[in-house]
Design a protein around this ligand. Sequence first.
Ligand code: AHZ
Length: 309
Amino acid sequence: TSVDSVPLKGDFAVKTAPIVQKNTSKTLAELADSWEHDFTFAPIRESQVSRAMTRRYFQDLDTYAESDIVIVGAGSCGLSTAYMLGKARPDLKIAIIEASVSPGGGAWLGGQLFSAMVMRKPADAFLADLGIPYDDEGDFVVVKHAALFTSTLLSKVLQFPNIKLFNATAVEDLITRPMPNGSVRIAGVVTNWTLVSMHHDDQSCMDPNTINAPIVISTTGHDGPFGAFCVKRLVSMQQIQKLGGMRGLDMNRAEDAIVKRTREVVPGLIVGGMELSEVDGANRMGPTFGAMALSGVKAAEEALRVFDE
Ligand code: AHZ
């Protein structure tokens, strides 16, 4: 018998007894009078905090293990896609997998280290739908801070009850099913904690998790440490021959091309945003974000076509 076990036995009953929560909610005005007098936080036991988080997370893992749509990457395109899907179909289960701790990808600044975000028309329609204010400069509009765009979009996406963001989680592989013609259809994703994904070379036995879904939408950005993940995997599994490779910067050509080419690249896998530039050899656009928003709108439409069929 360990030294701890004796007191623990009696204690255990007390610790597991349900803690009755008193409704201690106050208005901020009532709080203002209390700082010097009776101010105190409502009581809590440490285990309640752990359980409040882990119970929900594991419930979400269970719920979203079978999803309707998985979005890979929560940058400007992935979040725009999620917003459109969440609005259109509250009945679908949508999981977003984001490798970084912080969702938003490259859309926290407008480009370089500057704050303002430029969107060419007609992408102002997306801002209007979100209720984000902007300066109208004729052919383009300017949001005063890219973070205003990203935080507004993110807050709306996170409020949809049928969307779950799993951040700090990387897509490590794709689930496939054979097709009669010898190719494959994408049928979900293989995931792992990003910190685990980063340590496969020096730790063993860190097998991944999975999410089954009939539609995966990949918006992992152009090639980089994490970018273009799904399309690079399509090449290594011989589902597309090679990548076109993102071309140099040409704002006019790039934005039109990304929106027009947003599509199901192989059965079950829709690609949007800058990941597409790697598939098709499209130009980059630099710091203009209209194509990311409208590629997201189009990716959502492509996905919904499958469910509406
Ligand atoms: O962390 C990545 C980022 O948040 C995430 N991601 C990448 N690989 C992943 C993986 N699993 C999970 N294997 C992954 N998440 O995907 C997100 C991509 O966001 P982004 O902002 O890089 O891409 P985007 O296509 O939404 O927006 C591109 C914005 C650009 S790049 C550009 C240029 O270079 O010219 N111009 C614009 C407007």
